[in-house]
Each structure stands twice: as structure tokens, then as C-alpha cells.
Design a protein. Sequence first.
Length: 480
Amino acid sequence: MGMRLFTADAMRRADRRAVALGYPSLLLMEAAGRAVARAVREHFPDARAVWVVAGKGNNGGDGFVAARWLFLWGYRVAVYAPDGQAGDAAQARKALEAHGVAVRPLEALDLEGAEVVVDALVGTGLSRPLAGVYAEVAARVNASGLPVVAVDLPSGVPFTPHVRADVTVALAGLKREHLFYPARAACGRIVLDGIGMPEAALEAPELPELLTPEAMRALLPERPGNAHKGSVGRVLVAGGYATYTGAPALAALGAYRAGAGLVTLAYPEGVPLEPLLEVVRLPLAAWRAEALRAARAEAVAVGMGAGPGGPEAARAALELGLPAVLDADALVPEVVAACRGRPVVITPHPGEAARLLERRAQEIAAHPLEAARALAERYGVTVVLKGGPTVLAEGAHLAVNTTGSAAMATGGMGDVLSGVIAALLAAGLRPWDAARLGVYWHGLAGDRVGRVGLLAHEVAEALPQAREALISDAVRPFWV
Ligand SMILES: NC(=O)C1=CN([C@@H]2O[C@H](COP(=O)(O)OP(=O)(O)OC[C@H]3O[C@@H](n4cnc5c(N)ncnc54)[C@H](O)[C@@H]3O)[C@@H](O)[C@H]2O)[C@@H](O)CC1
Ligand SMILES: [K+]
């Protein structure tokens, strides 16, 4: 089973399924609280005094459990919470108080002497922005500068105000707030703990898939020992325009670094292309399919730096009937609308997606999952909606990438990605597999180069070693 990205509702359903399977919910809370206590011990090994702020729901219950274990491990512990817990959370509170640990009201919060704060005010049960004493506690915790370990989610996200955590212990599964900004920025380092939740309870194929190293490794095309340059994928890159001489070259580089055997670059005659020794050049007087056939390609990437010639280049490339990646200047509604049901991957950024959906780019960026799904529905193609994180859609399937960083928001990065996906299509992968693996691998390569100042060609250069790392099991997802 692939890993899924949960919403609060979906996690509640998983909870109920676990209970229906016979799994006692108090055991989940015990495991959750203990995982939080362990996270405190591991991430702040020098701390001896931990203050816990807890709410009325199960998130608070996890906080009481964490406080009990920290107390038993010899920490100085102070716990602040309102009265009125019920069910498991009330039990967890009693178990803590049985050790003689007093729970004081939130209003009495005094952070003097604390070395770490555990934030267990609210988790997935948040129903409105924090206000009153909760908002005050969040503000005081933030202002204290003390390290914060959040239980499941930093309390208050995705609204403001919210707690800003250094470590967030995600329970049972990752939620949207752990992946998407601005909430993600409040999480700090994210560690996922399974809390003993039965696998069957977590099965939720309707939810977006999270791209994991295991799942992506399985998609890597094999490279037979007797491969030759014509047998592992021939890619045609079509693009370029007066001032955009680097974009198609970067796509060609991406395709080669992702394993293509031969890359041909078609571009308008007279465009002074960046030199790339290994690329076969195909200068054209006009964008015509007959001319492009000469490349004998198995997949095509079109649109990178094509300027106003983008739509024409795309029409000619699509006439070849090959699996295709449409990017940049090829992403106009009339062109994409002709691709329904064909093996076509489109790779818009929010601005291009806005053009295709006739919406505002801010709207797309604020609701990327919904936008990717809408694009897939409207155009009947495989969608790669680039962003932090990149979101993918095909038919009813959604996926969210887990590699890459804001360092990859630089010129040419998307061109490399188009080349990578085209190489994977040429190697025989289905569009959904080529798109998911391409996005994941590209991000992984970026992560290996650095966190700021990345150049697109460096990311392309890092693709082979990222692949080696993936194959040799040396890649850990960000939540481990
Ligand atoms: N399967 C799971 O994921 C498990 C989840 N557990 C914990 O349970 C949490 C969810 O528990 P609940 O559904 O009880 O919800 P929470 O405890 O997250 O929040 C609900 C409580 O917060 C109050 N509340 C909501 N919005 C508020 C606001 N703005 N200001 C002040 N109070 C507010 C509600 O009235 C209610 O008392 C998870 O985040 C996790 O920490 C664990 O106990 C173990 C199992
Ligand atoms: K919390």
C-alpha cells in the first residue's frame, strides 16, 4: 500500500476503522504520547525540564501521556491544561495525576525554568482560529524562544495565530499541514510515528499518494547490460527562441542525465543554442511534423523557451503521436485541449495553470491539489503542477511530491524536469509513472546539491548520483 496524505477527517475515519477492527483507542494515545516524549529526549538531549501545555481533546490527551513518560524518565515536568477532558484524554490525565503530577490551569502558565515546551493544545480537531487563553499561550510560547515539540500539528495551523514548533511529531500519518505552506513552515522538523495504527485502518486509496523512496525506486527503468543508445529511449526536445537559448538545452541535458540514449534538439533556425556536445541538432525553418520525424524519437518534450512559437511547435510535435511532455510556451488551452486521453504530461507552474484554468495564480497556489485535479479533469492529461510541493493528478489519482525545496525555484529548473519526464516516457514508463518518478528524482537531485543557490544544470548533473542513492536504499524521506 502506498503512503497517503491525510486530512483531519480522513484521519478520524482511520481512527474509527482501527477501533472497529478491535484496536483500543487508548493504546493509540499511549503510543502517541510516548512517541512525543521520545522525540523530546532525542532532539533535545540536554534538556531536563519539560513544560506541557495541553487542551481538552485527544491532542491534550497525548500531551498528558508524554508528560507522564517524561516524569517517569526523571524530567522535571510542569503541565498546564483546562479542565473538562473526556474519554481517553480524561484517562490519560488521571494516569498522569496518579503519579502526583499536578495539572494547573493554562492561565497560570509560567515558563520560568522550562527548557522544552510540548505543545498539545489542539491538533487535527481545530475548528476555528485560536483565541482567548489559547492564543495567549501560543504567543507566550513563541515569544519565549524555547524549543517547542508539537504534538501532531503546531496548535492553530493553518490559521494565525499558531504555535511555531522546532519539531512536530506527526501521528499515524502525515496531514496536509505537514506538506503545504504556510502551515508547513510552522512545523519545523517533522517526524512521523506510526503509533501502532493497524495498516488496514490507514488504507484510503481516495487520498493523495505521498511519493516515497520505496515506491519511486520500484519505478526506475532497468538498464540492461546490453543496452545501446537506440534501445534505452530516444528523446526529441523541441523549443528555443531568440532569447531563450538555454531552456531547450537544459531539457536535453535533463533527458540525458535521466538515462535517454539519444537526444535530438529541434529549434528555429538561427537561434544560437547553448553548446551541448552530445545533442543532435535539428534546426528548422518552420515547425513541421515531417521535419521532426527525422529524430525517430520515442517521446517528445516541447515548449521550453519556445516563446511565441510554442503553440506551433507543440502542434507539430503532437502530430508525431508520441508520448509527450508539454511545458512553458506549449501550455495554451487550445493546444492542451487537443490532448485528451493521449499519453501527455503537462508541467505548468501556477501562472501557467492559471492560464489553463482561467483562474488567478494565487488561487492555484493556495489550493494546488484542487487545481491539479481540475486540470486533469478539464484536459484529460497527466498533470504536474509545480510548486512547493509539486502536486500531480491523473484521472482520479492525486500525488504529492516529498523531495525538493525552495532552492529549486530558479530559472531553468522546470526545463530540466521536462527532459527528465520525457526520458522516462521514452524508456517506456506510463505517463503517471514517468511524471511521479520524474518529479521525485528531480527533487531528490536538488536536495543533494543544496538548500540555496541551485543552478538548473547542477541539478541535472546530480541526477545520476541521486539515482544511485535511491537504488542503494540511502534515501530517507524527510519525516524519518
Ligand atoms: N489516529 C490518530 O491520529 C490519533 C490521534 N490522536 C490525537 O488526537 C488529536 C485529535 O483529537 P481531537 O479530535 O480530540 O481533537 P483535538 O484535541 O485536536 O482538538 C479538539 C479539542 O480542541 C478544541 N478546540 C478546537 N478548536 C479550538 C480552538 N480554536 N481553540 C481552543 N480549543 C479548540 C475542541 O473543542 C476540542 O476540545 C490528534 O491531533 C492527535 O494528537 C491520538 O490521541 C492518537 C490517535
Ligand atoms: K498541537
